[in-house]
Design a protein around this ligand. Sequence first.
Ligand code: C5P
Length: 273
Amino acid sequence: SKGEGVLAGRKVVITAGPTREAIDPVRYISNRSSGKMGYALARAALAQDAEVILISGPVSLPAPPGVEMRHVTTAQDMHEATHDCIGNADIFIAAAAVADYRPADEKTQKIKKSGETMSIELVRCPDILQSVAALPRAPFTVGFAAETENVDEYARGKLENKKLDMIIANRVGADCGFDTDDNAANVFWSDGEQRFAKTQKSELANRLIALVAIAPEHICGVIVSVETAVRTNTVGDNHIELLLLELAACILVDVLGFSRKTDRERRRLQRRY
Ligand code: C5P
C-alpha cells in the first residue's frame, strides 16, 4: 500500500458495534455498543496507511472513507465475515460487543403474549476473538475488555485465557464507555502495560494504534526489513530513516523491555519474511 505511516503495507481487520440476535421477526437481543471506538480505530489505522477492513454490526455511524466495510447483523455473520478476510491479516482488533448468547431457535412468527412470565432459551455464540487467536497463523490479536468492575484483573485473565497478544481494558457504566465520545483505557500485553487517561475516542484510537504498531512483532519486522535492505543493497535514500527506525526499535526492546523472542512472534516473522 501507499504512504509512509507506521502501518503502511499492513492489513488490519477490526470488528465494531453490537450484534443483533433475533428472537422472532420483530424482536432481538442486543447491547448498548455504538461502534464509536471500533470506527475510530479503523480511521486511526487508515491514517497510518494500513489496509483496513471494518466488520460492523448495526450502528448509525457513516462508513469511514477509504475503509473496506463488511456489514453484518448476528454474531454468526460476524464470525464468518471475520474468517473470510483474516487469512493474510497482520493485525486483528476485536472492538465489537458481540452477543454472548442468542435465542436457541428464532421463531418464524411474532411471539404472542400469554402467561405472566415467559422464558427464552439461549445458546452460546461463537467467540470470534478466541477463534482468531487460536489460528495457526494468527495475526497480532488485540481484544477489548469492557467491564463494570475489577477491570484490570478481568482483562489480564482474558489476555491469558484467549491467548491474545494485547488487551485493551475499559470500565463501562452509566458515566463512561458505551455510547459516549470519550474513553479511558488500560492496555496489557504479556510483559507490559500502559494506561491512557480519559480522552476523545478519536485521540485514544490514535494512541492505541501507535501502541499496536510498535508491538513486539512489528519491531522484529522493522529490524528484519532493515537487515534485508542492507543485505540486498536497497537502502538508497531511505537508509537514514531505516537506521533511525532500527534504533528506535532497539530502544523499545532493550530499554522498555519489550520481549521479541516468543515462539509465536518468531513463527509470524518466518511467515512474513
Ligand atoms: O469475554 P468477553 O466477551 O468479555 O471478551 C471481550 C472481547 O472478546 C472483545 O474484544 C470482543 O470483541 C470479543 N468477543 C468476540 N466474540 C464473542 C465475544 C467477545 O470476538 N462472541
